[in-house]
Design a binder for this molecule. Structure first.
Ligand code: ADP
Ligand code: MG
Length: 708
């Protein structure tokens, strides 16, 4: 019994592109389920399911010209068919094919059922590899009978290669898509306005989808993919532009930051700001002065001086009678920020409080905050908990320097907003300003696609007193030498970080661990104080050790990746990274950011045994540059955006055609175009097809449910 009859598939007037695949010829419920595994549910999905590759089989070779070892297409008549056993239960099917230049035998092993398909006198196209056994043969070729006018699917043309799943074969999918293209492409709507098609020289949608599947030439295929990639990027950028225009409609506080306030704040800084700091402060100031809420991402390499910039903003909010919140990703970092702020503010009468789990006077702190006595609250995301109330919150700074996942970053930004919303005071919703700081440099292509709705400020300059860290990848044979080098630095009064990938020995991995390492360093450096810090310690213990290290009661701090968080101990000028091949580039860069924070020359010594060319490349890149943006770009190239941010968890838009690395120029164009469209008319009137498609794809993801 067929369910097809019981359920008429399509109501008249319904969009045929939405038709479930089950109702297509040759599909049915079981195949439909398998196709579902490929993410294919509707006709539209199928039309946009692009080949992962193509093979150019457009050239048909005269049989006399085939050579051993090549993979070719030939066309000829079937002259003879033979099936014979070859021992055991094995069989060999041989089909003799001739064109007017010669003959060749096509052979298939153990597929006796194919015999029925061939008939003498038939025209056949064969595609396969030429082997030889006594004479030239084509081994297990793909074949197709070239009857009628119907154009060939797999030979004598450029052939699409689709990603498959079990139960869905290449030729089945090709045929299915071929039929879908023929029948349904006319229903596809052009969502790209004509002006943009002209401006960017884009192929019309019907042609683009056809050419993407069954290209008439490699050049046409490339143009069709460009068009489809552009479409995808345009949708994403329109979504971001719409969201941004929505944010811009919200009401914020217009702070006043005049020369007096400015001068007052600067007096608290014991150094001259760098040009880059000045520039981003100008950008932030202008956001804060505007009646729209600030939504700004502040990017800057580790140690580039973001904290000072954030402090400037917080003090500016305070000068206007508002409070500020600073959210850090971990308690250690929150404490450190707290300490740093206190240091800068030691001559100012500003009450800062630290709100983390288990602070002894939490209750009083919360009261003081609610009364407006405390001006700056520093904490982790626990700041968002219900009992934390501000009197008049004007600015939220979110620091997330140790998080690599973009998704977490987006989450933190949301948290910033949530904190901001929860603390809106007036009846009309007025939003505090939000500044997100990140010390993970983000390649431009990614920041444009992920944070396209934020304004971005970049600190691309280090404070002037910095001496670039020297990084040396050392052979284990030089261990003694390396340790003696460390001893010299220690004798000069400097401190050392030692980093291991693991806390304890593991049975599975043959790696040195932090615990072992601690003992080893204690033995080798008896005259110095060596201590272990790791993530499984409770926070009081961690705090005690960090404090001791900061106060130089500890000379060598052996640790795991936990110290990658923005710990600031300028006297620590050396770092040893054991098994450096185990760390990602971004992690290595963050680790190295712990040293080189003062005026002394710092040294990063790596011990590594890269097990793959990629690991070796990583280490070469790392030793070759100190620049975080260069490292991030290289990392992106090496691993691709998905990998870079952890699969599926990366929060990246699910792009099917566009490639964020390769298509950066196209992305930039799509972005320009999208922002221009939305600026001209944020309701996208007259572009309803485009608007609907944006909603379809991004509404839930980007909180755009309310557009249009
Ligand atoms: P980030 O947060 O970007 O990692 P910080 O704000 O913690 O960097 O700054 C790193 C160090 O550089 C701090 O010790 C800070 O006091 C110092 N610093 C920041 N800006 C300057 C500057 N313009 N000149 C000299 N030192 C600076
Ligand atoms: Mg900092």
């Amino acid at each position: 019994m067929s369910t097809k009859l019981a359920n008429p598939p399509i109501e008249s007037g319904e969009n045929p592109l939405r038709k479930p695949l089950q109702y297509l010829k040759g599909v049915g419920p079981k195949r439909a389920e398998l196709l579902g595994r490929l993410g294919l549910f509707t006709v539209q999905d199928l039309l946009y399911y692009l080949p992962r590759d193509y093979q150019d089989r457009s050239k048909i070779l005269p049989i006399k010209d085939v050579i051993y070892g090549s993979t070719v297409t030939v066309k000829g008549k079937v002259l003879d068919i033979g099936l014979r056993p070859t021992g055991g239960r094995k069989t060999l099917l041989e089909v003799l094919v001739a064109d007017n230049t010669g003959t060749i035998v096509a052979t298939w092993f153990n597929q006796p059922f194919l015999k029925e398909k061939f008939h003498k006198g038939q025209e056949v196209l064969l595609y396969g590899k030429i082997g030889s056994y006594k004479y030239l043969q084509m081994i297990n070729p793909e074949f197709e009978f070239s009857e009628g006018e119907e154009s060939s699917l797999f030979a004598g043309r450029i052939v699409p290669i689709y990603p498959l799943t079990e139960g869905i074969g290449q030729s089945y999918l090709r045929r299915l898509i071929k039929r879908a293209v023929e029948e349904y492409v006319p229903h596809l709507e052009e969502i790209i306005p004509e002006s943009l098609q002209k401006l960017r020289h884009l192929m019309p949608i019907h042609e683009a989808v056809k050419e993407a599947h069954f290209p008439s030439s490699m050049e046409a295929m490339r143009r069709s993919r460009r068009r489809l990639a552009y479409e995808e990027l345009l949708l994403l950028q329109v979504a971001l532009a719409l969201r941004r225009s929505k944010i811009k409609l919200e009401k914020g506080y217009a702070f006043s930051i005049g020369p007096n306030v400015d001068a007052h704040i600067r007096k608290l800084f014991p150094f001259k700001l760098t040009g880059a700091q000045e520039r981003v402060i100008r950008e932030i100031r202008s956001d804060m002065q505007s009646p729209r809420p600030m939504n700004r991402l502040l990017q800057g390499d580790v140690g580039s001086g973001k904290t000072v910039v954030a402090l400037y903003a917080m003090l500016a909010a305070m000068a206007n009678g508002f409070q500020a919140a600073l959210m850090a990703p971990t308690e250690i970092l929150a404490e450190q920020h707290y300490r740093t702020l206190q240091r800068y503010l030691s001559n100012a009468r500003v009450k800062v409080s630290l709100l983390i789990g288990g602070s002894p006077n939490r209750k009083e702190n919360l009261e003081a905050l609610a009364e407006g006595e405390v001006k700056i609250a520093v904490g982790t995301h626990a700041l968002i908990s219900k009992d934390v109330r501000f009197k008049k919150l004007g600015l939220v700074v979110v620091d997330e320097q140790h998080k690599f996942g973009v998704l977490q970053r987006a989450e933190l930004r949301l948290k910033g907003h949530r904190l901001a919303t929860a603390n809106s005071t007036s009846d009309v919703e007025v939003r505090p300003d939000v500044l997100v700081m990140t010390a993970t440099p983000i390649p431009r292509s990614l920041s444009l696609s992920l944070f396209g709705d934020l304004d971005i400020s970049i600190i691309d300059e280090m404070p002037p007193d910095r001496v670039p860290v020297k990084t040396l990848w050392m052979s284990r044979k030089k261990l003694q030498e390396a340790y003696e080098f460390l001893r010299c630095r220690l004798r000069e009064g400097r401190q050392v970080f030692v980093v291991y990938p693991l806390i304890e020995e593991s049975e599975k991995l043959d790696l040195r661990s932090a615990k072992e390492g601690t003992k080893w360093f204690q033995k080798y450096f008896p005259e110095f104080k060596v201590e272990l810090l790791h993530g499984r310690m409770n926070s009081t213990e961690k705090e005690r050790i960090m404090l001791d290290f900061r106060e130089k009661k500890i000379d060598i701090l052996v640790s795991t990746i936990v110290i990658e968080v923005g710990i600031d101990v300028p006297n620590a000028t050396c770092m040893v990274i054991e098994h450096a091949e185990r760390f990602g580039l971004a992690q290595l860069h963050q680790l190295r950011g712990r040293i080189g924070r003062g005026a002394e020359q710092s040294y990063c010594l790596l011990f590594a045994k890269p097990g793959s060319p990629e690991a070796r490349k990583r280490l070469e890149i790392f030793t070759g540059t100190n620049d975080g943006f260069t490292i991030a770009e290289e990392d992106l190239k090496l691993r691709g955006p998905g990998e870079l941010f952890g699969t599926r968890q990366h929060g990246l838009p699910d792009l099917k055609v566009a490639d964020l690395i390769r298509d950066l120029p196209l992305l930039t164009q799509a972005r320009e175009d999208a922002f221009r469209l939305v600026e001209a008319d944020a309701t996208l009137k007259g572009l309803s097809l485009l608007r609907n498609r944006v909603k379809e794809r991004f509404a839930s993801r980007l909180g755009l449910a309310s557009i249009g």
